[in-house]
Design a protein around this ligand. Sequence first.
Ligand code: NDP
Length: 448
Amino acid sequence: MSYVDEVYELVVSKNPAQPEFHQAVKEVLESLRVVIEADEEAYRKEALLERLTVPERIIQFRVPWVDDQGQVQVNNGFRVQFNSAIGPYKGGLRFHPSVNLGIIKFLGFEQIFKNSLTGLPIGGGKGGCDFDPKGKSDREVMAFCQSFMTELYRHIGADTDVPAGDIGVGGREIGYMFGQYKRIRNLYEGVLTGKGLTYGGSLARTEATGYGLLYLTEEMLKCNGKDIAGKTIAVSGAGNVAIYAIQKAQQLGGKPVTCSDSTGWIYDSEGIDVALLKEVKEVKRARLTEYAAARPSAEYHEKKAGEHGVWTVKCDVALPCATQNELDLEDAKALVANGCFAVAEGANMPTTLEATEYLQKNGVLFCPGKASNAGGVATSALEMSQNSERLSWTFEEVDSKLQSIMVNIFHNLDDASKKYGMEGDYVAGANIAGFLKVAEAMRAQGVC
Ligand code: NDP
């Protein structure tokens, strides 16, 4: 059996009931096959793929807190410190009821390659908790965040592991966690990114993932003789990534016509009104029904099992920006049938393996999230640099660095896909380019 297949079987047997982790490993290993098989015995002898797929450290902990009724609640907290070959662990924290160890491992694994692709010195990690901030009072969110950090603080630090936000973790949650870290450690350091601007945050961090997604998409289209201007765009999600993807798409002349949340989706024939979407989601933290109520051109559709939501809308470009496995084979077929020619992932692994294959086989330009959503973590690394320098850069400075990072990422993966004879396969290109740097650093550092 080939080394790649052996390691994949080992991952499945040693990590039962973690389907998202298996899926992420399968996608990466399949793309690396050509690289590994060219030098199989050396990789096998060094157990490089086993070391790559087993996290350096997994921290799992109890998070007790008291709700507004005086009831004690208990949640499950995680931090997976996956790989520190090229820098301190870096990756977000996700607060969502669906969080479990397998999901955090899939996200941490993806993060290794994403961080490598940015060209910045950051290793891969991810964390989170099965806590649901939705419907909680600010005091409850604060009590939870303080309890979460009361354990996490011993495992992180500005030169060790620097978490950021993800689903359910925005500026409010980062602020409460930063305050608790500082209080316990008596140390003012850049231990978290995504901080508020008054206490060490970076301008453009809030916008970075969505803006970066569009910078990369624009470069991918340009290199394939196309352009965003005038194109109809289907976007899923209505959170941090989706909102700023919609905003930048409009600035580049595109027309995003959809967005969604966990209960329903919007089709707005006039194009999404970003100011209204921000008011509904960032200020009121309300459902999308409120968007539809305030906007005559918008249709609201309740989410129903078996229905395909935003992907049934006719579009040229699709940007999945909500969550993993939200775009399946049926959705891919609908997109192709409707003439969609490019898909770039804003979320992490939003497209199933079958859907990805179908899109690629049908000539759709497809960019995986580990490349196209890397603008968030890249700007987090820029926040770390500013914290170390004790300086703040202007919005334009950060935004222009972000833009050149995203353009470079696209060219790195494009070059890697060409070098290994898979031109246009940006999934393989991203995995190979991300892997080669990490593998070289791991080899240089010996068996560890
Ligand atoms: P947010 O919490 O800000 O928004 C997530 C959005 O997706 C919300 O609109 C949410 O709906 C919706 N959503 C979440 N889960 C589901 C679900 N199961 N079904 C349908 N809709 C769902 O998160 P972000 O925008 O930060 O993150 C979105 C994705 O982007 C994630 O995959 C994340 O890992 C990835 N990402 C984020 C980065 C960042 O910088 N924020 C960086 C790189 C990747 P509702 O409002 O109802 O909760």
